[in-house]
Write a protein that binds this ligand. Structure first.
Ligand code: ZN
Ligand code: ZN
Length: 137
């Protein structure tokens, strides 16, 4: 097994391969991530400047974050899996969901963002640093 991060959607129509290590791994409880995942939070492995290869055509929906950042959330038009997230204004950044990985156990959350929008029933690792909104960069 190489150091590559590989994965794709549930039906296999979309596949990706990422060379590089995640810059940060985050559980995000913002409302957009809740809607995207269908539960209390979405989780992200964020890669910066990694080499990314994608096979298959994803559909997209776009949201605008608190600070005006446009986010393009890519999902499979066949199975509906949420697979990756890109930022038109930050082409270096590529984010994938942990469950889309071939080895989801490689996801190791480092912090929780947007606890201000979180619910008590969405109980996350109490040992993780928590931020009311986005962590300061
Ligand atoms: Zn699919
Ligand atoms: Zn979020």
């Amino acid at each position: 097994m190489s150091g590559l991060y590989t994965g794709g959607c549930a039906c296999g129509a979309i596949r990706y391969e990422i060379s590089g290590k995640p810059a940060v791994m985050v559980d995000c409880q913002c409302r957009q991530c809740q809607r995207d995942s269908g539960t209390g939070h979405q989780s992200h492995l964020s890669f910066i400047g990694a080499q990314v290869t994608i096979e298959g055509d994803a559909s997209n929906w776009q949201t605008v974050g608190d600070g005006g950042t446009v986010k393009r959330r890519a999902f499979c038009p066949t199975c509906g899996s949420s697979v990756y997230l890109t930022f038109p204004d930050m082409p270096d950044v590529f984010i994938v969901t942990p469950a889309s990985l071939d080895e989801p156990s490689r996801y190791e959350p480092q912090l929780v963002s947007w606890t201000a929008a979180g619910y008590t029933w969405d109980h996350l690792d109490p040992s993780l640093p928590k931020f009311e909104k986005m962590p300061p960069t």
